[in-house]
Design a protein around this ligand. Structure first.
Ligand code: TXA
Ligand code: MG
Length: 355
């Protein structure tokens, strides 16, 4: 375990007390950093919406410590949910379930359902465990969307969180540092709230549909008309500030030529699997840290493995944002199941810049 992943107990205690007090605490998870508040405190929930500038009505995911009693949150737990919990928790899977009557609706944006997830990051687990222990009945959950402004790239480092909320000082937002998020993109969301219906994936992620099908014996559907309020289901989301274009390999050269004209030879960044026309051994080329300059275009080589790509993606988008390019061009990943979640995020990032 990296030193940053080892919970600092006095800090965790302080953070748990902040949450109990209605304050905001950003914390690391294996997917992305979350902006946390007491899930059962509507005033604290309102602070999350204000900080994120998130439209009301977008439900939040409630994070639970390992071994939490789900029935506190959902009443009766359907067998499908129990099976998914046993297979994938702690881990990057969020379950949408009917919300128990005594849980304030604010956390769900007023919807009758609730999103639940148990993260695997040790710092998150320590915080969640401590927080629940402080609650009168030993049951507590931390509502946490990704710790970024609405629509922007999710944070995968503590420093990203700080840069998202320069207006909040330490007394308004405590940030726990747990190193880099290892998954790097948000959790898979599966809706198992409809007992009669099939499970439905609302957002692809590290846990893939086939893995869910293996546990449930049925392939989940995509999307769910009953849950329109998923920001991950908005066409435009997860976007950097610099305009991003996504193009299949064969269309890259023409797109870059067109953009060079459009931006009058300003610098362009291209995130590609192979540099154009390169016969070099890819291993001898610089990775993301380096770049290959061809005229006005800087080519950055991305990971060939979907898990590595996902881990690096948001950090790379932030770095490229900082470098001040006129536009970013991203080579579309292969159309295979393992790339589905990454391609989903890239597609939504690109959609933010489509007319
Ligand atoms: O990996 C993750 O899920 C991260 C980390 C921090 O856990 N969290 C995250 O939260 O991505 P957020 O709010 O950025 O995205 C959560 C998504 C939203 O699109 C929200 O609409 C959906 O989950 N969601 C939450 N509760 C829901 C519900 N009851 N019904 C439908 N969608 C729900
Ligand atoms: Mg988000």
């Amino acid at each position: 375990m990296l030193s940053s992943e080892i919970p600092d107990i006095p800090l965790i205690d302080q953070a748990a007390l902040r949450l109990l007090d209605g304050g905001l605490v950003a914390f690391p998870t294996e997917t992305v950093y979350g902006l946390g508040a007491d899930a059962e405190n509507p005033t604290a929930i309102r602070r999350i919406y204000e900080a994120k500038q998130r439209p009301a009505g977008h439900p939040l995911i409630v994070h639970l410590p390992p071994g939490a009693d789900l029935s506190w949150w959902v009443g009766t737990v359907p067998p499908a949910a129990q099976a998914l919990v046993e297979a994938f928790w702690p881990g990057p899977l969020t379950l949408i379930l009917p919300r128990a009557d005594h849980i304030p609706p604010a956390v769900s944006g007023g919807q009758p359902t609730i999103g639940l997830r148990c993260p695997s990051h040790p710092v998150a687990q320590a915080l969640l465990t401590r927080f629940a222990a402080l609650k009168p009945q030993g049951q507590g959950g931390v509502a946490a969307p990704s710790a970024n402004k609405f629509g922007h790239v999710s944070p995968t480092h503590a420093a990203h969180v700080r840069s998202e909320f320069p207006e909040l000082d330490d007394s308004e937002l405590m940030v726990l540092d747990g190193g880099a998020s290892t998954v790097g993109i948000e959790s898979t969301i599966v809706d198992v709230s409809d007992r009669a219906g099939k499970p439905a994936i609302l957002r692809p992620g590290h846990v893939r549909p086939e893995q869910i099908a293996e546990v449930l014996g049925v392939m989940p559907d995509w999307g769910n008309k009953a849950s329109p309020q998923v920001s991950g289901s908005l066409k435009a989301h997860y976007a950097p500030r610099t305009p991003l274009r996504l193009a299949p390999t064969e269309q890259l050269p023409a797109l870059i030529d067109r953009l060079l004209l459009q931006y009058d030879q300003s610098r362009i960044a291209a995130l590609v699997f192979r540099p154009p026309g390169a016969d070099e051994d890819p291993d001898s080329l610089p990775g993301l840290s380096g770049r290959i300059r061809r005229g006005s275009v800087d080519y950055y080589l991305c990971a060939h493995n979907a898990d590595d790509y996902a881990r690096q993606l948001y950090g790379v988008l932030r770095d490229l944002d900082d470098k001040g390019y006129a536009t970013l061009v991203v080579e579309r990943p292969p159309n295979t199941p393992s790339w589905q979640a990454v391609t989903d995020r890239l597609g939504r990032a690109a959609a933010a810049f489509e007319a």
